[in-house]
Design a protein around this ligand. Sequence first.
Ligand code: ADP
Length: 262
Amino acid sequence: MIPQLIAGARKILFKFGSNTLADRSGRINDDFLAEFARQGAELMRGGKQIVLVSSGAQVAGLSTMDKWARKRDLHYRQALCAVGQVKLMDAWERAFAPQGIHIAQILLTRDDFSDHTRTLHMRNTLFTLVDEGIVPVINENDTVSVEEIKIGDNDTLAAQSAILWSADLLVLFSDIEGLYDKNPKEDPTAKLVDRVRDIAAVKVSVRTGGTSSFGTGGIVTKLDAAELAMSYGIPMILAHGGKPRALEALSAGTQRGTVFLA
Ligand code: ADP
């Protein structure tokens, strides 16, 4: 099912969680980004269009301003993301450059999605970039996003962006193989769910405690993202981004994941 979904989609939005982008020491994993860029470029050469939603500003900021690691103050956290966002985009730029592909930064807030004029401009900019063969990299604009006006997690941002761009497929790359019937990091007997048709039913049956070390959303926001995307007829795949050549393996059917499709 996953190979068919990828093969059949022309416009694919990929979202990367912080843990997928960072290595064990908490730095942005350049090798991983380069490997994804190679696979993404291959898809583009095959006629597909891609947009990325990338977390990781805070992680990238922390590896630059490590003395701020213990600062919990909101303004320091926002400042950290402002420092890290540059590093993050620099890393994506270096990853795509050998493929001869330019990237573009798009920073969005929750308000942007509820304002008709703004969504129109965002949509037009996205279409223009993609039509020109540029890869847009979207993230939440942390400088202006305080708790009350935050989208808050990039899973939701990814689903909203997929809808805005009218994507054919949303792929969330996380540090987990897919959705399990319980948190596999707490219970080794947890079983992978191959396909979800009904999010409401899954929310009742699946146990969803805990997030990984850098993650903000956890599995609940991934289910919310799937629900939102599915309500617009966009299927979603949740898969492990950290496996070797994950995108190719998913396309070839050699890597498992969870498909959300009604
Ligand atoms: P990301 O940084 O990719 O957004 P998160 O850390 O926010 O990832 O969320 C993924 C984590 O959710 C997994 O690493 C896992 O520990 C946790 N989790 C909790 N319940 C489940 C479940 N039922 N199935 C899969 N993962 C789960």
